[in-house]
Write a protein that binds this ligand. Structure first.
Ligand code: ZN
Length: 226
């Protein structure tokens, strides 16, 4: 299928992974089965490009804009109560993504559509608009020697983040329990199954390059370096 459209699956599945403070990528990955939708989107964009009025909403967020934004987020419990701020980009680099390619969670991408630099959004997203529901299959017992730890940790401990090499590449996991030779880990995103409240502020908007559009992700500083 990939070859039919001139993209290898490998290229298509390559993703921008914006690693957030908890060490997990912010990005929701495309599945290869999304290829058709991707190509259709691209064609629509190419067609639209021909009759774009340059003065019209030049700096509004839409497909093929590279957008950077600051955000902070907290969980909302089933009673609607907000927890502590759990994650933030303020004080660091804003997140950078290519709009229209599901490189950020779906609810945020929708909310950012049409926004301008300096616009602020406050939005509550249920799991299906954010990191999805929790998958019980994500709980696994694996040999400790297959775990890679982050940031100079010496020993595997419950609660810590680690990485595991899988047939789909390196995946982040949360360590739940450790034994002598094996560990119970959770492949679910730590924010899976959670309703999230986001505050977002648009920092910059620019046109994507043709290369970025072809790859479906941002290149250069804050994006893919290749
Ligand atoms: Zn690329």
């Amino acid at each position: 299928m990939g070859e039919k459209y001139g993209y290898s699956n490998e290229t298509f599945c390559e993703l921008v992974e914006v690693v957030t403070s908890h060490g997990f990528p912010m990005v929701i990955s495309h599945q290869c089965s999304d290829l058709l939708e991707f190509v259709t989107q691209r064609e629509a964009v190419m067609t639209r490009k021909g009759n774009t009025n340059k003065n019209e909403a030049a700096q509004n967020i839409r497909t093929n804009k590279v957008v950077s934004f600051h955000y902070r987020l907290r969980e909302v419990d089933s009673g609607g109560c907000h927890g502590e701020w759990r994650e933030r980009s303020y004080g660091g680099e804003p997140l950078l993504y290519l709009h229209g390619y599901h490189n950020v969670i779906v609810g945020l991408e929708k909310a950012l559509e049409g926004k301008k630099i300096g616009d602020k959004i406050e939005i509550t997203l249920p799991p299906d608009q954010a990191y999805g529901s929790r998958d019980p299959e994500g709980l696994r017992r694996i040999p400790i020697k297959h775990l890679r730890y982050q940031r100079g940790e010496k020993k595997v401990k419950p609660g810590m983040m680690a990485a595991v090499e899988t047939s789909q590449g390196v995946r982040p996991v949360v360590v739940l329990k450790t034994g002598k030779f094996s560990a119970d880990v959770d492949f679910n995103h730590p924010l899976a199954g959670k309703t999230l409240f986001y505050e977002v502020e648009v920092v910059s908007i620019r046109e994507a390059t043709m290369d970025e559009i072809t790859h479906g992700h941002v290149h250069g500083r804050g994006g893919h370096q290749h």
